[in-house]
Design a protein around this ligand. Structure first.
Ligand SMILES: [Zn+2]
Length: 180
């Protein structure tokens, strides 16, 4: 297990546009993906993008099963309850006009939650760790979680959807809590 340090907003590295991954994956990249999963479960969180551990690559991991309080509060539960997904070079092919509002949080903006409105459904193309391409529609919590994670790959954070006033308040709070 190699839990990595999660970058906390404001950090310039969270604002970079991540680079596409090339296949076959290098051993280094495979290790980064394992570290991302370890870091996400350790946090615990339902998703983590590579830029959050300072790696500028288009990779995210999610486990939306982990969202259930029952699972989250029992990290020693057998692995069968986990649903780790790895998303490489993800791309949105479509999104619904219908919007949905969910309360979001982020491992890079601890102890902060806010309502964010996003398309309720999306169609996605991505690659798995073997370089196989996939295409699928997602809705509900998965659509939200994936949009949140893939925003990280273009240097975007959920607080960017809030008013400038609210965003500045959160940034100040983070500076106070996590920086000297
Ligand atoms: Zn996040």
């Amino acid at each position: 297990m190699a839990v990595q340090e999660i970058l906390i907003h404001p950090d310039d590295r969270l604002r970079e546009i991540a680079k596409p991954v090339t296949f076959p994956l290098s051993d280094d990249t495979k290790q980064i993906i394992r570290d991302m999963a370890d870091t996400m479960y350790d946090a615990p969180g339902v998703g983590l993008a590579a830029p959050q551990i300072g790696v500028s690559l288009k990779i995210a991991v999610t486990d939306t099963l982990w969202r259930s309080d029952e699972v989250r509060h029992d990290p020693d539960r057998p692995g069968g309850t986990r649903d780790l997904k790895v998303w490489i070079n993800p791309e949105f092919l479509w999104h619904s006009d219908e919007m949905a509002t969910w309360e979001e949080g982020c491992l890079s903006i601890p102890e902060t939650y806010a309502d964010v409105k996003r398309p309720a459904a999306i169609r996605l193309r991505w690659f798995d760790i073997d370089g196989q391409q996939h295409e699928k529609d997602f809705d509900d919590f998965q659509a939200v979680a994936l949009q949140h994670e893939f925003d990280h790959l273009i240097g975007k954070l959920f607080i960017d959807y809030l008013t400038p006033l609210k965003r500045n308040m959160i940034t100040k709070k983070m500076r106070k809590l996590f920086k000297e």
